[in-house]
Design a protein around this ligand. Structure first.
Ligand code: FCB
Length: 466
């Protein structure tokens, strides 16, 4: 049996370092139209033939809306410090504007109080993609009015429960919302227009900055930030053409977001590259986007490789590949964090998502997922490595607590450290969850090693019995 000594798992992680697990509303809640919830663009998108790999939807998902109390018990049993979740905008304000839905607000308020009662810090995300359909009918994120509706939504949530939140994240992965939602159209709302995508991107960023200003003006007690999906973009070869391609792709993925957040402008080479598709800006927009943040989150899954000869085939690298077809490349996380810290005046950073889709081996009620444990352990070590190089890191969160609705991949791809049997909604800790809990427990108790692949029962006894 291979052991990960605890010092490798972060002797340089201070006691204040926040360990967590993450989910998002649409992916786990179900209850698509319960208690006054309005439709979201993901409810609509799932109805489009061919949009979701297994033709599934989010109507039931993990039934978290009904099972939230036992799910929070599960979170608590892992011994984490924090739980990152999102609010479904159409559950709390069904049309995106107009009347608020008390029952929806109550649900999240109970969730927040339930976390606090269990000693877990609530990390709330406002936009994890499920925009109210009524706003999409008016143009969605490509329409500037959505910016103002979002600010109102942020204010409403903060007024109701901001006093009990550790952090409020405005947007999860604006690149995904704009590019996959509006340019390639493989995600909701399924639009295929680069001009619309870039305008949507600008409105997401603007609404982020204006929300921060509005929340500070109303005295929000939560720490405020954004979450980006970032990767280091590496050139496939040393050739000038591949290097140029890497610079371009880095510009579209990283500099397009980091430059306005921290330098007050969009990268000029990308604006030139976009030509007529570059977004329209109003005076003051860039200053708003640059509003200082209290923290920032990064979702990291893999590196990106750029080749002038077209898309890179991950299989040719010889690296392990996840079920999503993504290379397992923890070194990229260190590289990315160090680069963010070096190139930009970033606030304290979190890894707000990291994890992998792997095939689980279910045997006699035990779920073996050694690849996932290995993935998580190696990425935690990559965070430790970045910290040794001077990066200010405050936390690390596993994606995801539960197997759940993986967007266009439906339920076929499982990211959970807790297995969900969708027929019965039974939750079972996978070996990775048992390991993660044992690691956290060992850290708290200053143990020196954590078994990597213990059996669920044995490790659970170890955790409970200790
Ligand atoms: C991220 C999303 C998250 C999940 C993971 C696998 O892009 O934020 O909801 O789907 O990917």
């Amino acid at each position: 049996m291979k052991n990960y000594p605890v010092p490798i798992l972060g002797s340089n992680f201070p006691a204040s370092f926040v360990w967590g697990v993450a989910t998002s509303a649409f992916q786990i809640e179900g209850a698509a139209d319960a208690d006054g919830k309005g439709p979201s663009i993901w409810d609509d998108f799932c109805k489009q033939p061919g949009a979701i790999a297994d033709a599934s939807d989010g109507r039931i998902a993990c039934e978290h809306y009904q099972r939230w109390q036992s799910d929070l018990d599960l979170v608590a049993s892992l011994g984490v410090d924090a739980y990152r979740f999102s609010v479904s905008w159409p559950r709390v304000r069904p049309g995106g504007a107009g009347a608020w839905n008390e029952k929806g607000l109550d649900f999240y308020e109970r969730l927040v109080d339930g976390l606090l009662a269990r000693g877990i810090k609530p990390y709330l995300t406002l936009n994890h993609w499920d925009l109210p359909s009524e706003l999409q009918a008016k143009g969605g994120w490509a329409d500037r009015d959505t910016v103002h509706r979002f600010v109102e939504y942020a204010q409403g949530i903060d007024t109701r429960m901001g006093d009990r939140l550790a952090t409020i994240t405005t947007h999860n992965e604006p690149w995904v919302v704009s590019v996959l939602g509006y340019e390639t159209g493989i995600f909701a709302p399924g639009i295929k227009s680069r001009a619309a995508a870039m305008q949507a991107s600008h409105h997401l960023m603007l609404s982020h900055g204006l929300s921060l200003q509005a929340l500070r003006a109303q005295g929000s007690k939560a720490r405020l930030g954004i979450v980006l999906n970032l990767s280091p973009v590496q050139a496939a070869t040393e050739s000038a053409a591949d290097q140029a391609q890497a610079h371009l792709e880095d510009g579209k993925l990283l500099r397009w977001y980091m430059d306005p957040l921290f330098k007050g402008h969009y990268p000029e080479d990308i604006v030139a590259h976009l030509g007529a598709d570059a977004p329209t800006l109003h005076a003051g927009d860039l200053a708003a986007i640059r509003t200082p943040m209290d923290f920032m989150g990064v979702n990291y899954y893999s590196r990106s490789v750029a080749s002038a000869n077209g898309p890179w085939d991950a299989k040719q690298s010889g690296l392990p590949i996840t079920e999503m077809g993504w290379e397992v490349y923890p070194e990229g996380l260190t590289e990315l964090l160090v680069r963010m810290h070096t190139d930009y005046p970033v606030p304290p950073l979190y890894v707000t998502e990291n994890g992998g889709a792997f095939k689980d081996l279910v045997q006699n009620g035990v779920v073996h997922d050694a690849d996932r444990t290995d993935y998580i352990a190696r990425h935690i070590e990559a965070v430790a490595q970045a910290m040794r190089q001077g990066v200010r890191m405050e936390g690390y969160m596993v994606w995801s607590l539960l197997d759940n609705f993986e967007w266009a991949s439906g339920y076929e791809k499982r990211f959970g450290i807790v297995h969900v049997d969708y027929a019965t909604q039974k939750r079972t800790l996978k070996d990775s969850a048992v390991w993660f809990a044992a690691m956290l427990h060992a850290r708290k108790n200053k143990a020196t090693a954590v078994p990597q692949h213990t059996t669920t029962a044995a490790a659970q006894t170890a955790i409970e019995g200790a």
